[in-house]
Write a protein that binds this ligand. Structure first.
Ligand code: AGP
Length: 364
């Protein structure tokens, strides 16, 4: 991929459109079918060290932090290591306990974000093992970390991250599979995840082909005063990222909450002028999520749902292809990137350079 616009009007559109190829690239040469695992050449963490990891802490900012939230869930699910993500900007200021049995992972597209770099330097000063999940090869964070996984998304020019977010989530799936297979993930589950990973590029192409429908819906929702994004567990980081995307590029105010938290306060915001985007993977929380949709409808809220099949309670549904449940967050983010893009386009925004934002925040 290059800086050439390739017939697209904006880099954001180009970068959304090229995600099937980008995902293909992050997978290429890494899958080992024989042992149902993946090889990550630059990880610099041998099997004995990986087995000794008791906790994983993922650090990043903005979209990188959201991709890290997906990564933490994948690592807990596939490798059964307790994992969480935290904004690097907060972590570095709270004098965190640095634990020798914790594996720290810094996530960054640019590899130059000052807060993430400063968190890495603080961790290194205190003797921690820090890996990077980074896009730009040879960047400051790539150099400062002990090893890691390159995301191979190619150059991302638009200030708003799209393909790099998706590729970072896939890179975390590879890392989680690798850690899982040297701990207690079965061969059968390893094969299942590999088949799911291989299906991603084709499924991403299907989602992108649904663009005309997303464009029509976005034109309707562009009139909203504010939007609520909800999801639970696997759906929650997707809701967070989609809400950030919409804010950044369309300037529509948006909130993201776990759907389970709605009744603890944010439900007060729901009214016809405040539509809800609900992320509904077909997992064991689907019935609970449907109950949330009923609560929203009871307040006359409009609902756009993202699901694997039409949702009766929603006003509109964007149907996302089924993959393995653990990989749902990777696919579910993509229609909402197109949704943010077309909302911004309908409002005449400066898509590649939203106001007040820089591609990479290299100052405090
Ligand atoms: C993404 O759309 C944003 N522009 C922003 O949140 C970004 O992800 C964040 O500043 C981190 O950047 P990095 O990945 O280059 O570290």
């Amino acid at each position: 991929e290059s800086y050439d616009m390739g017939g697209h009007d904006t880099y954001m559109h180009k970068e959304i459109a090229e995600q099937a190829d980008a995902v293909d690239r992050v997978l290429r040469g890494r899958i080992d079918d024989r042992f149902a695992t993946v090889h990550l050449g630059g990880l610099n963490l041998d099997a004995r060290e990986a087995r000794g990891v008791r906790r994983v802490k993922i650090l990043g900012c903005g979209s990188a932090y959201h991709a890290g939230m997906i990564g933490a869930q994948l690592i807990e699910e596939l490798a059964r290591i307790p994992a969480d993500a935290e904004p690097a900007s907060e972590f570095r200021y709270r004098n965190p306990v640095v634990d020798p049995d914790t594996l720290y992972i810094a996530v960054s597209q640019s590899g130059e974000t000052y807060d993430t770099l400063a968190a890495v330097q603080e961790l290194k000063r205190k003797g921690a093992r820090v890996l990077g999940v980074v896009n730009v090869v040879g960047s400051a964070i790539a150099r400062e970390t002990d090893g890691g996984v390159y995301v191979h998304a190619g150059p991302e020019v638009c200030v708003v991250s799209t393909k790099c977010f998706t590729n970072t989530a896939v890179a975390f799936a590879l890392l989680a599979l690798h850690l899982g297979r040297i701990r207690d993930l079965s061969v059968a589950d390893g094969k299942r995840i590999i088949a799911g990973l291989r299906a991603l590029p084709g499924q991403i192409a299907e989602i992108v082909a649904d663009e005309p429908r997303i464009e029509k819906l976005a034109a309707e929702y562009a009139q909203a005063a504010s939007m609520m994004f909800v999801g639970r567990v696997r759906g929650y980081p997707v809701a967070r990222e989609a809400s950030l995307k919409l804010k950044e590029v369309s300037y529509i105010h948006a909130e993201a909450y776990p759907a389970s938290e709605l009744k603890h306060g944010p439900l007060a915001l729901i009214e016809p002028a405040v539509p809800t985007v609900a992320v509904l993977p077909d997992d064991d929380l689907l019935d609970k999520n449907r109950a949330t949709l009923e609560e929203i409808k009871a307040r006359n809220g409009t609902i756009l749902s993202l699901a694997h099949g039409e949702q009766e309670k929603a006003d509109h549904t964007l149907v996302v292809p089924r993959n393995e449940p653990e990989l749902d967050p990777i696919l579910m983010g993509i229609p909402l990137q197109l949704f943010a893009y077309h909302t911004a386009l309908a409002l005449g925004r400066d898509i590649d350079k939203p106001r007040n934002l820089a591609k990479s925040v290299t100052v405090e």
